[in-house]
Structure formats: C-alpha cells, structure tokens
Write a protein that binds this ligand. Structure first.
Ligand SMILES: [Zn+2]
Length: 156
C-alpha cells in the first residue's frame, strides 16, 4: 500500500519519517513503505504518487529545482534522508552512478583469483574485507600460488 496522509494533517518531514527507520551505520533513513520497481520509495503526495526521497527533499528544502535529479550520496535508493541527497543535473547523476559501479567492479576484480582458485573463504568474505586482504598480500598471489588479477597498481 502506498502511504498517504490524512487530509487533516499538514505535509511535514515528521509525517514522512513515520515510515522510515534509522540506519545506524550511515545515519540514513530506510524507507519502510512501498518501493517502485527501480527500488525507490514511493509515497502519496499532493494527490500523486511520488518518490519518497524527492518528497523528503522537498519537505526539508522547500522545492527541487526544475529538471534536477536527486543524487543519493550514500548510493542506496530506498534511503530518504534529505541530508544525504543532492540536487544535480541528470548527466552528473548518471556519471556519479557509473563511477560508483566502477569502484565496485574494480574491488571485485582485484579480489577474484583465477576461477579455479576461488575458495569458500574468499567467496564468502565481504568485499571490503577481501579488498583489505588483497592489498595486504605481499606477493599478490593466492594461497595456492595463482596470481591475483589486479586492476590497480601494486603497492611499492
Ligand atoms: Zn543516506
């Protein structure tokens, strides 16, 4: 069900926050209402279904400049903390999204060994733990001697 406001109540950030829970690591607000197929929160606002993050930004800042996208600075679409949203042009938003994707694919590439050398331990490690372990490895080889596929320069 799309969350809607009773007509007697004004639109406020407190109203919207009723359907969020704080995410302690990032300080963000996780949307607990309906998500659209793209993973963004949806909420009823002024008779229409709107992005919950866009409504949060409007309630906090008054408006969104015409034609601007809101960039999720913490890169999670279902987060709605207006303090983590920045109004940017579509091209800036797309460029930032691609840059974020590149970071993830580099981190994955850096920690993946030749296919035959993947172990249960490395497969289940978090990306950050795997990146840290890979960057600590002096000889840049896996436990069984296979070379790590590195996409970033080895440390001197
Ligand atoms: Zn955030």
């Amino acid at each position: 069900m799309i969350k809607r406001k009773p007509a007697s109540e004004p639109y406020t950030l407190e109203w919207l926050m009723r359907w969020t829970i704080p995410e302690p690591n990032s300080g963000c607000w996780l949307w607990t209402g309906t998500l659209n197929p793209g993973g963004y929160g949806c909420v009823g606002f002024q008779g229409k279904t709107k992005g919950a993050h866009r409504v949060a930004y409007m309630l906090a800042n008054g408006s969104i400049s015409a034609g601007m996208d809101l960039d999720h600075l913490c890169r999670v679409r279902c987060y709605v903390n207006p303090g983590h949203l920045e109004a940017v042009t579509r091209s800036v938003n797309l460029r930032r999204g691609e840059a974020g994707q590149n970071l993830v694919s580099k981190a994955l590439a850096k920690t993946h060994c030749q296919p035959a050398t993947l172990t249960k331990a490395t497969t289940y490690m978090s990306i950050s733990a795997a990146v840290e372990r890979a960057s600590r490895a002096k000889d840049r080889t896996c436990a069984n001697g296979a070379p790590v596929i590195a996409t970033s320069p080895a440390k001197a």
